[in-house]
Design a protein around this ligand. Structure first.
Ligand code: PLP
Length: 436
């Protein structure tokens, strides 16, 4: 039948991203999804599961929005593609850049478009280095990022990523990428002084570290970071690829901290995954400096920079977020999620810390470090399997001796749906607790 055929073809021909290669080859896909509606996904076997991760932290407005399909079709019929190279332009890209300027923190007013978050990160690093070349300081080229960070998988973004297994996977550490302990501002100061501020182009951070395990910075942290970067003349870049477009209960993660970076990377929630789009926003000052100091060509651009269909989809996605007040909804739903996680913490003895900001949440399983260092298997991957059997998709993070479950449901999630998610999670943890 169809399903068997698909499973066989998948095993034989499809190398999945971030996949357990051997297991995928042997067992095939765990779900082949067919349809999505709201917070739910349905597979070919008829299983309906809650998409507790918004797929890859990106389907912010939920699945099955026909309005977006219509906008994409209309734009494709009218103008599926034209280039934005040099002086060419198109209306959706122009209107989206203007809309982003309205929404973004502070004076981030100009956008360079990419097709995703990794490209956005590489663009930010290259623009930062180019900026210092224009300013007559070509030695300022080092990029500092943090432990537990994730910035993508292109060579630059992998090099900046703090999670070491990603860098070790293909010996992908480009020169001039350095890492400091996350949340430790003294470590950053020290690193800058050891290396020399005249060698450092930029510092990059996620407002909330997502793939690294939902780590939320202390309140004062980013103000201090901004001061350090200003003092040593270093550009400050935020990676809002996950935290942008309402995920944390504000339009952007940095709104929680009242700090404006010099550049901001975004992707994912800008289209809620309905089309491939990302970008980097530049402050007005940076943009002005670029045009004041440069007489040459901006020798950086992707074929799909400013893709008209993707930009049209983004505009409609943002319109829906505004019309349905989803940023506020995420804040409110975030409170229900927090309460639910606290309840699980009180019910389940293997649960340690819980933390969340808006609709990014994490539940730690206790004694993970000790268990991992003894070579014992972490429990969170088993819990993820149990949750999936019971109808909930969530994720486990085991990097850096962690043993943590993370969630990021669509911003549209309703109270009773969060309650269902929490009940499933509690059952899944209980089943593993009883086995240990
Ligand atoms: N930056 C952050 C913070 C991310 O979470 C991700 C992806 O998860 C990326 C960058 C890379 O984005 P993409 O997978 O679209 O290249």
């Amino acid at each position: 039948n169809d399903l068997q055929q698909l499973e066989e073809l998948d095993k034989k021909h499809f190398l999945h991203p971030t996949s357990p290669i051997k297991q995928q080859q042997e067992s095939g896909p765990s779900f082949i999804f067919k349809e999505g509606r709201g917070i739910f996904l349905e597979d070919y076997k008829g299983n309906v599961v809650i998409d507790g991760m918004s797929s890859l932290w990106n389907v912010n407005i939920g699945h099955g929005r026909e309005e977006l399909a219509e906008v994409a079709a209309e734009q494709m019929k009218k103008l599926a593609f034209s280039s934005c190279f040099a002086t060419y332009s198109n209306e959706p890209a122009i209107r989206l850049a203007a809309k982003l300027a309205q929404l973004a923190p502070g004076d981030l007013t100009t956008t360079f478009f990419t097709s995703g978050g990794s490209e956005a990160n590489d663009t930010a690093y290259k623009l930062a280095r180019h900026y210092w070349i224009l300013k007559g300081e070509p030695e300022k080229k080092k990029i500092i990022s943090r432990t537990k960070s994730y910035h993508g998988v292109s060579m630059g973004a992998t090099s900046a990523t703090g999670l070491k297994p990603f860098r070790d996977f293909s010996s992908s550490i480009a020169p001039d990428f350095l890492h400091v302990d996350h949340f430790n501002t003294d470590a950053l100061r020290e690193k800058i002084l050891i290396e020399g501020p005249e060698t450092i182009a930029a510092f990059i951070a996620e407002p909330v570290q997502g793939a690294g395990g939902v780590h939320i910075a202390p309140d004062h942290y980013f103000k201090e970071i901004r001061d350090i970067c200003d003092f040593y003349n270093i550009l400050f870049i935020t990676d809002e690829v996950i935290t942008g477009f309402g995920r944390t209960g504000e339009w952007f993660g940095m709104n929680h901290y009242g700090v404006t970076p010099d550049m901001m990377c975004f992707a994912k929630g800008v289209t809620s995954g309905y089309a491939q789009l990302g970008g980097v926003m530049l402050s007005e000052k940076l943009h002005r400096d670029f045009s004041n100091f440069s007489s040459g060509t901006l020798l950086h651009g992707y074929t799909y920079s400013g893709h008209p269909m993707a930009c049209a989809v983004a505009l409609k996605n943002i319109e829906i977020i505004e019309r349905e007040n989803l940023v506020h909804q995420a804040k409110e739903a975030g409170e229900w999620l927090r309460k639910g996680m606290k309840w699980i913490q009180s019910e389940r003895k293997i649960v340690g810390n819980v933390r969340s900001l808006g609709l990014m949440g994490a539940v730690e399983i206790k004694n993970a470090g000790e268990a991992n260092s003894k070579g014992a298997n972490p429990k969170s991957p088993l819990i993820v399997n149990e949750a999936a059997k019971r109808g909930l998709i969530c994720r486990s993070v085991v990097f850096d001796h962690q043993d943590t479950l993370v969630f990021a449901p669509p911003l549209t999630i309703q109270k009773e749906e969060i309650e269902k998610m929490i009940a499933i999670l509690n059952d899944a943890i209980k089943s593993i607790e009883e086995r240990s």
